[in-house]
Ligand binder design. Structure first.
Ligand code: PLP
Length: 374
C-alpha cells in the first residue's frame, strides 16, 4: 500500500541519532537546546519549547495562555481532535466557528460572530499546510482581550504575507509526527511571541519546576534546591529525538519544495477531471503542503476511498468534524452547526503526499483516481 504520508530519513539523520546514543546525554542535554534554538530560527525568532507531541504542545499552549474553567476557546471543527481537546481537558468551553467554504480554514467572520468577553483563545489551524488568515483573526482577538493560537501541525516552513509560520499568532504549536513536514518520531513544540508565555509553557512541560533562585519562595535549602509553584507534566523531548529533528530541519526547505512540486503535479493532472475539485491557495500564502485534500463530488467520496485503498493507494480522510466525536456530542454539540466544515468533510480525500513520493507514483495515483471515477 502506498501510504498517504511518510517520513523521509537520510543517512545523516541516522548518524545524528547514533551519535547521541554514543554520548552522555539521552535527555535534558545540549541537543534539546540546540533543536529548540533551530526551531526558533526557522519560525520567526521567538522562543521555542520542544515537547513530546503536537497534542502535548496544544496542552502546553493552552495552559500557558491561562485557559481554565469559565473560559471559551474558539476554534475550527476541521482539525484533529487535539486542537480542541487540549483546551477541554483544562476545563474550557469550546466554541466551534465554521470554516471558509473553499479553503476549509477558520473563517474570521464566523469567529467575529461568536467571540465574547469570556473568549480566552482563538485557535486557528493551518489546514493542509496553508496558513489561516491571521491578519483578520488577530484584531478580533485583540478586541476581546484573547490570544491567538496557530495549530501549525501541518504548516511549519510555510509563510503568510512573507512572514514565517511561528510569527503569525501569539502562540504556535508544531507536531513532529512521522507524517508531518518534519519528524522526531513523536514530538512537537510551542513557539510564543511573549517570553512569559514561553516560560510558562516550559515550566508546564517540566513538571512545574522552578530553578531560578531569584524566584524561590522557600529559599535557602541548599544548592540542590528547586521548587514547584504551579502543577506541570513531564512532556520533555529527548536528545535522541532532538538530534533527529535537527538533522530533519536542515532539509525542511527541500521537503517543502518537493511537496509543492507534487501538489502542482496533482493540480495540473486533475484540473480538467470531472467529479473532483482541487485545493485552492490564497495569493498571499506560500504553503508548506502537508496534505493534498482533493474534493470528490457527487456523493462518491466513500466509494472512491474504498476503491483507491483496494487498488493499493493509501488515501486518508482529514477530518471528521471535531464536534461529531462522541466526547463532544455527549456535551450537547449538535451536527449541522458548521455546515461548511461538514460539506468539506463529506467530500474530502487526502491523496498521498510526502517528499520521497516519485513523479511516477503521483501519475499512478492520478491514473487510479481517474479510472475509479470512470
Ligand atoms: C497531528 C496533529 C496534531 C497532534 O499532533 P501529534 O504530534 O500527533 O500529537 C494536532 N493538530 C493537528 C492539526 C494535527 O494534524
Amino acid at each position: 500500500m502506498l501510504p498517504y504520508g511518510r517520513q523521509s530519513i537520510s543517512p545523516e539523520d541516522i548518524e545524528a541519532v547514533a551519535a547521541i546514543l554514543r554520548g552522555d546525554w539521552l535527555t535534558t542535554g545540549p541537543t534539546v537546546t540546540a533543536f529548540e534554538e533551530a526551531i526558533a530560527t526557522a519560525t520567526g525568532g521567538h522562543r521555542a519549547v520542544s515537547c513530546t507531541s503536537g497534542t502535548a504542545a496544544l496542552h502546553m499552549a493552552y495552559a500557558a495562555a491561562g485557559v481554565g474553567p469559565g473560559d471559551q476557546v474558539v476554534t475550527t471543527p476541521m482539525t484533529f481532535v487535539a486542537t480542541a481537546s487540549g483546551a477541554s481537558i483544562l476545563g474550557a468551553e469550546i466554541v466551534f466557528a465554521d470554516v471558509e467554504e473553499d479553503t476549509a480554514l477558520l473563517d474570521p467572520a464566523a469567529v467575529d460572530a461568536v467571540v465574547t468577553e469570556r473568549t480566552k483563545v482563538i485557535a486557528a489551524v493551518d489546514y493542509a499546510g496553508h496558513a489561516a488568515d491571521y491578519d483578520a483573526l488577530q484584531p478580533i482577538a485583540d478586541r476581546v482581550g484573547a490570544l491567538t493560537v496557530d495549530d501549525a501541525a501541518h504548516s511549519v516552513g510555510g509563510t503568510y504575507k512573507g512572514r514565517p509560520v511561528g510569527d503569525l499568532a501569539d502562540i504556535t504549536t508544531l507536531s513532529f509526527f512521522p507524517t508531518k513536514n518534519l519528524t522526531t518520531g513523536e514530538g512537537g513544540a510551542v513557539v510564543a511571541k511573549d517570553d512569559a508565555i514561553a516560560q510558562r509553557a516550559h515550566e508546564f512541560h517540566f513538571i512545574g519546576l522552578v530553578r531560578d533562585p531569584a524566584r524561590f519562595r522557600i529559599g535557602d535549602e541548599g544548592p540542590w534546591h528547586q521548587e514547584v509553584h504551579d502543577f506541570g507534566i513531564n512532556y520533555r523531548l529527548t536528545d535522541v529525538a532532538s538530534a533527529l529533528g535537527l538533522a530533519q530541519l536542515a532539509r525542511l526547505q527541500r521537503f517543502k519544495e518537493r511537496r509543492a512540486e507534487i501538489t502542482a503535479r496533482y493540480n495540473a493532472a486533475l484540473a480538467d477531471v470531472d467529479g473532483v475539485r482541487t485545493p485552492v491557495q490564497r495569493a498571499w500564502v506560500d504553503p508548506a503542503w502537508h496534505l493534498y485534500p482533493v474534493r470528490i463530488l457527487d456523493g462518491r467520496r466513500r466509494e472512491v476511498f474504498e476503491k483507491m485503498r483496494a487498488a493499493g493507494i493509501g488515501v486518508q480522510v482529514n477530518y471528521i468534524p471535531v464536534y461529531w466525536h462522541p466526547v463532544y456530542a455527549d456535551l450537547g454539540y449538535q451536527r449541522g452547526m458548521c455546515p461548511n466544515a461538514e460539506a468539506f468533510y463529506a467530500e474530502e480525500l487526502s491523496l498521498p503526499l510526502f517528499p520521497d513520493l516519485t513523479d511516477d507514483q503521483v501519475d499512478q495515483v492520478v491514473e487510479t483516481l481517474v479510472s475509479v471515477l470512470g
